[in-house]
Design a protein around this ligand. Structure first.
Ligand code: C2O
Ligand code: CU
Length: 443
């Protein structure tokens, strides 16, 4: 969230003066605000019902429609999937065939993009060659959930506006081999509080929401350890969480190795999985897209209450990074400034379509020549991070959204196995809207 919030009418303080006719001995009028009570604990978003209880498949129905909802206590005259923001979490098991029927109850066209899932090209929800779902129409998406992990879904039509208005939800693909532990799903967004564009270019650590509740709340996981799945759905805010944090997984499921990190930065579109072994306050530290660590005090995002516990036996896949083959198939240079953001000097939709062959390994080099970070996202595939400024990651790192910091060069290995003409773009949605999108064809 960064714009389009509507403040609740009448929430401002009323003048202290009273009309002379008021009887001060009368019972207070019913409009007197109730005494503040402790906010209820934050829970995972309600899950979508599986309409196909057979093994090996799941089926969901989502309706996108106008909705008035609360973002951290502020009223938003926006949109919602099935009337809730975040939208219902969709749960599948790896290998499941997934069917989702989208009904468009909006007055605008819309779609659903399955962020991070490798779906067939016609099911991807990107509208640059396929028509969106018209108002009043339905469309059935179907694909196989090939990889376990924490994914999310959102429209890919008028994306900046529709996501901002409330159309987003988490998509969890479970692996039955994982230990059964307490879980919590946290969908992060950043809004507007007192006109401060939170988390965005100013980099403030305030104005965030967790499952639409104001930051600073608490959540409870009854049994430890806790597996906490996080997604940053903010249009432009970076969620930088102070460690030490035990990171189990990133965009594409369990990481090769569990790592304790001093700082976890979730760019827009990013996901992570944490293991919490005790009650932990996830604390935001100011982080600016214009240069990383920013001025200001750390602020609690959410306190997760967890009984003291030992780590679970995670089947982390292991593995060293693939060594860089040394060639480059596609280079993307990122440039721009406030009102135009370019890839290879081009603005969407006037772009050159790069092509890579299906069934082979290709190397994509992303060079950020601009003075802002850009989370690079590719549709239809995951990629391996080979190196950042020439340095390989400590272990194999599989992502679909990778933040390329100012002046960084990141080399990515793509084993292209999903033919199509896939969008590749910055996931700061205002940047994408202002041109920072292109297409990578896999033939
Ligand atoms: Cu979540 Cu094209 O992106
Ligand atoms: Cu960007």
């Amino acid at each position: 969230m960064s714009v389009l919030l509507v403040l609740a009418l009448g929430c401002g303080r009323q003048p202290e003066t009273q009309a002379p006719t008021v009887d001060e001995t009368a019972a207070p009028p019913s409009t007197t605000p109730p005494a503040p009570t402790e906010a209820p604990p934050i829970t995972s978003p309600a899950a979508a019902d599986d309409l196909d209880p057979a093994d090996g498949s799941v089926s969901f129905a989502l309706t996108a429609a106008p909705a008035v909802w609360a973002s951290g206590g502020q009223v938003v005259d926006g949109y919602a999937f099935n009337g809730q923001v975040p939208g219902p979490t969709l749960h599948a098991t790896v290998g499941d065939t997934v069917t989702v029927t989208l009904t468009n109850g909006l007055t605008d066209p819309t779609t659903i993009h399955w962020h991070g899932l490798s779906v067939p090209w016609e099911m991807d929800g990107a509208t640059w060659m396929i028509d969106p779902v018209a108002p009043g129409e339905t469309f059935t998406y179907t694909f196989v959930a090939t990889r376990a992990g924490t994914f999310w879904y959102h429209p890919h039509f008028d994306t900046e506006r529709q996501v901002d208005l409330g159309l987003y939800g988490m998509f969890v693909v479970a692996d039955p081999a994982d230990p059964a532990v307490g879980t919590l799903e946290l969908v992060l967004d950043s809004g507007v509080v007192d006109e401060v564009p939170a988390g965005g270019h100013g980099g403030a650590a305030s104005g965030w929401t967790v499952n639409s509740a104001a930051q600073g709340g608490r959540a409870v996981v009854a049994s430890g350890p806790a597996r906490v799945r996080l997604v940053n759905t903010s249009n432009d805010g970076y969620a930088a969480l102070l460690g030490p944090l035990r990171v189990l997984g990133t965009d594409q499921g369990l990481a090769a190795a569990i790592s304790e990190v001093p700082l976890l930065v979730l760019s827009p579109g990013d996901r992570a999985e944490l293991e919490l072994l005790t009650t932990t306050t996830l604390t935001l530290t100011p982080f600016s897209v214009d240069g990383g660590a920013a001025w200001g005090d750390p602020v609690p995002l959410v306190t997760v209450e967890v009984p003291d516990s030992e780590p679970a036996a995670w089947p982390s896949p292991g593995g060293a990074p693939t060594s860089d083959p040394g060639f480059t198939d596609v280079t993307y240079t990122l440039q721009g400034s406030d009102d135009a953001w370019l890839i290879n000097g081009e603005l969407w939709p006037d772009v050159t379509i790069e092509r890579v062959p299906s069934g082979e390994s290709s190397v994509i080099e992303v060079r950020n020549l601009s003075a802002a970070n850009h989370p690079f996202h590719l549709h239809g595939h995951a990629f391996e991070v080979l190196s950042v400024d020439g340095v390989p990651p400590p272990h194999r790192l599989i992502e679909d959204t990778y933040d390329v910091a100012i002046r960084q060069t990141v080399r990515l290995l793509l084993v292209a196995d999903n033919p199509g003409e896939w969008m590749a773009h910055c996931h700061i949605l205002p940047h994408a809207h202002q041109g920072m999108m292109t297409v990578l064809a896999v033939d």
